[in-house]
Design a protein around this ligand. Sequence first.
Ligand code: PLP
Length: 449
Amino acid sequence: MHAYPDGNVFYRRLAKPLPRIVRGDGCWLEDADGKRYLDACGGAFVACLGHGNAEIAAALAEQAGRVAYVNGTAFTTDPVEQLASELATTLPGDLDHVYFLSSGSEAVEAALKLARQYWIERGRPEKRKVLALSAAYHGNTLLALSASAREHYKTYVSDWLVDVGRVPVPCYRCGCRADDPTCPTCTGTALDAALEQAGADTVAAFIAEPVGGSSTGAGVPRAEYFRTVRDVCDRYDVLFIADEVLCGAGRTGTWWAIEPFGVAPDLMTMGKGIAAGYAPLSAVAAPRRIVDVLATGSGALLHAQTFSFHPVACAAGLATVRILRKHRLVERCAELGTVLHRQLAGLTALPNVWTVRGRGLLAGIEFVEDTKIGTPLPRALRFAETFTEQALAAGLVVWPNVGHVDGTRGDLVMLAPPYIVTEAEIGEIVTRFAAALDRTLAAVSVAAR
Ligand code: PLP
């Protein structure tokens, strides 16, 4: 166990003791005491091919031995070019050029800056505002955090953030209870009203996750939602940025979560699973019609990061994409997703479990005080955190999330098992989940409803 101030590292949660992981194999992790954990969330929606993949490890070693680093202002390399080409064949619409970075926050920062620079170079400098959903997480650097609706992360830095307009989040705790076919929030027409209010001429971009990640616990908007978003953005000359950092790279059963909506964004961000966790890698995808404006204008995107276009990270990404293709793992996400959601549906019969949401191998399970009307649990109970600790004690790794109801209240956990998970392992996840819930209810004082 590591517990601050032992050793010389300080982790984010200073009071939390951390088991020391010494090896991983498929969906399983093992700590220094020999305890095994079923990794049901790939760490943070990242380890999508599981742990200990020798093929990716070899690709990393091979590239590191050849050339580990050159800067993208001076050179290009094979893994960068090849990964961009492979990804381009999967991308929706006219997205066909890719800018590589390291983290999801960096990709979101770069996409928003690209949107702003695009409008300036197109002679529309008044287009500078950004709109995002009322439940949103797009990262933790200051611009990405500004676009996020996660109030507790903003506590000490709110003076440094920029204003981002809010559009009500669709199909999650909406007053229409998903019943009203004309509901502006759930159909997407609320974006129209938000743009009118903000002054559409001043808006550069609208950013949203096609399938909610930690912001809504895998909330899936209605089929027509992004068609409306596309129409409205086209009508008002606003760039639509799809943030696929969490939901992309095959997890929801299609290469990109936007696909089933039948539209394409103007810009797309990706990260987490694109290198399966074997290296930090993220990217912004853009079409020529946008990049050409910069190419024929200032000649450069004004966004510099030392580790962009990292050859070793891109080698890991290339190996990941090739493995996804070779073993038809995106299709497997759709198939195993059906199994996962069938089994998880049974959890709603358990105390304090309100809903199970999601698509493919992405699921959110929300805990509430009253399951009839979805009243959030008192935050002071720290239900999601306690559940996660109990799950870990039961050898199950899940991703907790709080604050999605109103920026502060809300308790949910998410599952995002590696795409190689077996049906037997899914059964084990559900069994350990139920055991962790029993232990949580015993540990916190909450009326079971
Ligand atoms: N966008 C979404 C949708 C995310 O879920 C996240 C992280 O969870 C980010 C962006 C930021 O990614 P990172 O933590 O790699 O900076």
